[in-house]
Design a protein. Structure first.
Length: 125
């Protein structure tokens, strides 16, 4: 396993990201701080190769009835844990890379470690 220092913990506060391009000679990665937990995701959407890591961070939306139904309740859970591609809004779980639109699709994720004040991403050569 090879590791690379992406930056300092203080440089990526909760709710923020750092996009590193290139990463390993490719399109790059996004490193996200979600409530103090760090995640790294490849910056290519597997749907149509869009710049995934520039997309909106959101949560999982759930409802107890169709939203147009009178009295229905809409909730958003896991705010900041879902990354939506800016091109077609395909949603990915930031921790696992699993696509919420097509469960057969995944985006590559990388382990992130905090070593002292450094944010370190690990990858296999």
């Amino acid at each position: 396993m090879t590791s690379v220092v992406i930056g300092k913990v203080a440089d990526i506060p909760p709710g923020e990201r750092k996009i590193v391009v290139p990463f390993r000679g490719r399109a790059g990665i996004g490193v996200f701080n979600v409530n103090g937990s760090f995640y790294a995701v490849r910056n290519i959407c597997p749907h149509k190769n869009g710049p995934l890591c520039t997309g909106e961070l959101s949560g999982r939306v759930s409802t107890d009835a169709p939203p147009s139904t009178r009295g229905s309740t809409i909730a958003v859970d896991g705010l900041g844990e879902v990354l939506r591609c800016p091109w077609h809004q395909w949603a990915f779980d930031i921790a696992t890379g699993r696509c919420l639109v097509d469960p057969e699709l995944r985006v590559k994720t990388y382990p992130v470690k905090i070593k002292g004040d450094d944010v370190v991403v690990e990858y296999e050569d």
